[in-house]
Design a protein around this ligand. Structure first.
Ligand SMILES: C[S@@+](CC[C@H](N)C(=O)[O-])C[C@H]1O[C@@H](n2cnc3c(N)ncnc32)[C@H](O)[C@@H]1O
Length: 191
C-alpha cells in the first residue's frame, strides 16, 4: 500500500469514527438525562422515621413505599417494627446494595425490598402509604405521578418539605431529633 493509499484509509477511518461519535453522543446524553437526581442523600434520623410511620398509622396490612430510600431505614423500620410490606426506590447503586444487605442481615426479605431505579417511572399502585423526603421542586414533580397512580385513602407523609398543592390532615413538629435538630412532618390522605 502506498503512502497516499494509507492517508486515504486513515481519513476514511477518522470519518467513520466521527460519524459514529456523533450518532452515539445523543444516546449517551439521553441515558444521563433519563434519571434526574431529585434530592441528595440526607437520611431521616431514626427517631423521626418512627414518627413518620406512627403518623401514618402503619400496620401489618399496609404496603409502604419510600421514594428515594437511601440506606433503607424507612423500609426496614416499616417491615421490622410495624410488620408492613415495604418497598424502597433508590437510584444510587451503593445505597441500593447497602439497604439490600441490611434487609438480608435482618431476615426481612419476605417483607421488604428495594427497587433499583428512577422513582419517576415506578408503579406505585400497590402502595397504601408513601413516605417522602425530597426537595420542594421534586415534590412538585412527584405529586402528579402519585395522584395518577395511588388509590383514594392512601396516606402520604412528607418530611420537612410539604406538597404545596395539598392541605395536610396533620402536621407535627419534632422539636429535637436527639441531635438538636427540629423537623416538620406533614400527613396527607388522598381523596
Ligand atoms: C433526602 S434522601 C432520603 C433518604 C430516605 N428516604 C430517608 O428519609 O432516610 C433522598 C434520596 O433520594 C434518592 N434519589 C434522588 N433522586 C432519585 C431518583 N430520581 N430516583 C430514585 N432515587 C433518587 C437519593 O439518592 C437519596 O438517597
Amino acid at each position: 500500500m502506498t503512502w497516499m493509499h494509507e492517508r486515504v484509509w486513515m481519513v476514511k477511518l477518522l470519518g467513520v469514527w466521527a460519524v459514529a461519535g456523533m450518532l452515539m453522543a445523543p444516546c449517551a446524553l439521553g441515558q444521563q438525562a433519563k434519571t434526574q437526581k431529585l434530592a441528595p442523600y440526607y437520611p431521616t434520623p431514626h427517631s423521626v422515621v418512627e414518627k413518620m410511620l406512627e403518623m401514618a398509622e402503619v400496620k401489618a396490612s399496609d404496603t409502604v413505599y419510600d421514594l428515594g430510600s437511601g440506606d433503607g431505614r424507612i423500609v426496614v423500620a416499616a417491615a421490622e417494627k410495624f410488620g408492613a410490606t415495604a418497598v424502597g426506590v433508590e437510584f444510587d447503586e451503593s445505597l441500593v446494595t447497602q439497604s439490600r444487605m441490611t434487609i438480608k442481615r435482618k431476615g426481612l426479605e419476605q417483607k421488604a425490598r428495594i427497587i433499583a431505579g428512577d422513582m419517576m417511572v415506578q408503579d406505585y399502585s400497590p402502595a397504601t402509604v408513601v413516605t417522602v423526603y425530597l426537595l420542594p421542586t421534586s415534590n412538585e414533580k412527584m405529586l402528579p405521578i402519585l395522584q395518577k397512580q395511588l388509590k383514594p385513602g392512601t396516606r402520604m407523609v412528607c418530611h420537612d418539605f410539604e406538597f404545596h398543592q395539598l392541605t395536610p390532615v396533620k402536621t407535627i413538629n419534632v422539636e429535637d431529633d436527639g441531635e438538636g435538630r427540629s423537623h416538620t412532618l406533614f400527613l396527607y390522605v388522598l381523596k
